[in-house]
Design a protein around this ligand. Structure first.
Ligand SMILES: [Zn+2]
Length: 221
């Protein structure tokens, strides 16, 4: 219960950001763009010399992502086919990650290195926490908390990567004339809301870390 109260700023921010993503996405789906999300992605990739990066359609809603291991931009149905500001905004953001990858953008390189550490850290944290509490070993619990720090570091490194991809998207869409001024505002609405979900996730990770440090450092006394 105390955990929920302690994390409430992050939880409220996340709920608000997710609501903003949905409502700004719905609004952006009604603002026309010059081409579809798929055509936009293809156009930006080709003009950037990344003809070999594929653009494919994928299942689900807001499941859009860039897959660095296969060098594929995967776009959800609405984004792939939609000739709207929301569609081209999200498509251009994912292409932004492909551009970062091709240019060995520093924060992305570090983020990709941090992925296995964060995955390991998240799992090891849970196991060490449970085992540590069962065995009443504060050392194991503390080790678990230290493992969770990997997750926090990953979330923090993720922020400049996401912000940069969105900034690239906004700039390129306006430069190429794919959206007009009204479209650019709608694109910013979608991408800025998405950025807040990453800020909320980071805050949640930081508060979780602080929470466990607090309760277990008290318990030691
Ligand atoms: Zn992204």
């Amino acid at each position: 219960m105390y955990y929920l109260i302690f994390l409430s700023p992050a939880i409220l921010l996340m709920l608000w950001a997710q609501y903003k993503v949905k409502s700004n996405f719905a609004r952006g789906m009604n603002v026309p763009a010059r081409m579809s999300g798929a055509a936009t992605a293809r156009h930006i990739l080709d003009t950037s010399g990344l003809n070999d990066v594929e653009v494919v359609e994928t299942e689900g809603m807001l499941t859009d992502h860039y897959d660095p291991s296969h060098r594929v931009v995967r776009l959800s149905q609405d984004v792939y086919h939609g000739q709207t500001a929301a569609s081209v905004g999200i498509a251009a953001h994912e292409v932004g990650h492909a551009l970062q990858h091709a240019q060995h953008y520093g924060p992305l390189v570090i983020r990709n290195l941090a992925v296995p550490a964060a995955q390991f850290g998240g799992t090891a944290f849970m196991i060490l926490l449970i085992v540590g509490m069962l065995m009443q070993s504060i050392q194991l619990v503390m080790l678990g908390i230290a493992m969770y720090a990997c997750v926090v570091v990953f979330q923090i490194i993720n922020l400049p990567v996401e912000f940069d991809a969105s900034n690239r998207a906004k700039r390129i869409l306006s430069e190429m004339g794919i959206v007009d001024q009204q479209g650019a505002i709608a694109v910013a609405g979608v991408l800025n809301a998405a950025a807040w979900t990453y800020v909320a996730a980071t805050l949640q990770a930081i508060l979780t870390l602080l929470y466990y440090i607090m309760i277990f450092s008290n318990r030691r006394d």
